[in-house]
Design a protein around this ligand. Structure first.
Ligand SMILES: [Zn+2]
Length: 206
């Protein structure tokens, strides 16, 4: 039996997952992943940006979560490209500054021009984490700017193993882990559910 608070948290998580599904960013079905595994879940995170009204509702939840931590910071920083809209909207709603990092020759760097960030307090906002690789790169590149990273926030955590960045476990709105199957013992294949191969442009590189 869940107590009232746990019940409220569950409802809140379900609401967030529903918003992801509504945007088309979280799909249920039978998918062939680039790894060759079959899965019951697929993330098309670009759909978040395609649906600003839904994204805003999700970001409002993230803003509540950030406010609950009572952090004193100046900047929200996100990695390009998918998380720019999310970090920007978060910064706008919190009245903070925004900056983004981008990949240049395989290295994550702060986009030139964000020159005021030096020495400032900041939080990092990302869309979805799988291994945490992307936010680790953000944290590493920010070390060159003498900043103080107070915390990490993500919309959705789909990590299998515990992710820790700079000694912190990123805060997330919801945790959704996909079931992965080998072709030979995929229960969805056994039920003859048609297999979908999502767009090749989708890489699982978070
Ligand atoms: Zn299958």
């Amino acid at each position: 039996m869940l107590n009232k608070l746990e019940g409220d948290i569950m409802n809140e998580i379900n609401e967030i997952v529903e918003l992801f599904k509504k945007s088309g960013a979280l799909l249920s079905g039978h998918f062939l992943l680039t790894s060759g595994k079959h899965s019951d879940t697929y993330f098309e995170k670009i759909k978040l940006i395609e649906n600003p009204t839904i994204l805003e509702k999700i970001v409002d939840k993230l803003v509540e979560l950030i406010k609950s931590k009572n952090l004193e910071f100046d900047y929200v920083v996100s990695p390009a490209f998918g998380a720019i809209a999310i970090g920007f909207l978060t910064a706008l709603k919190l009245g903070k500054k925004f900056a983004f990092t981008q990949r240049e020759n395989d290295n994550m760097v702060l986009r030139s021009g964000f020159s005021d960030i030096k020495g400032k307090n900041l939080i990092v906002v990302e869309d979805i984490i799988t291994t945490g690789g992307s936010i680790k790169e953000v944290a590493d590149c920010l070390k060159n700017y003498d900043v103080n990273i107070l915390d990490f926030f993500v919309l959705l955590d789909r990590s299998k193993e515990k992710v820790e960045v700079e000694g912190k476990i990123p805060n997330s709105l919801a945790k959704v882990s996909a079931s992965l199957f080998d072709k030979e013992d995929c229960p969805l294949c056994k039920q003859n559910i048609p297999l979908t191969k999502p767009g090749a442009s989708n890489k699982f590189n978070n």
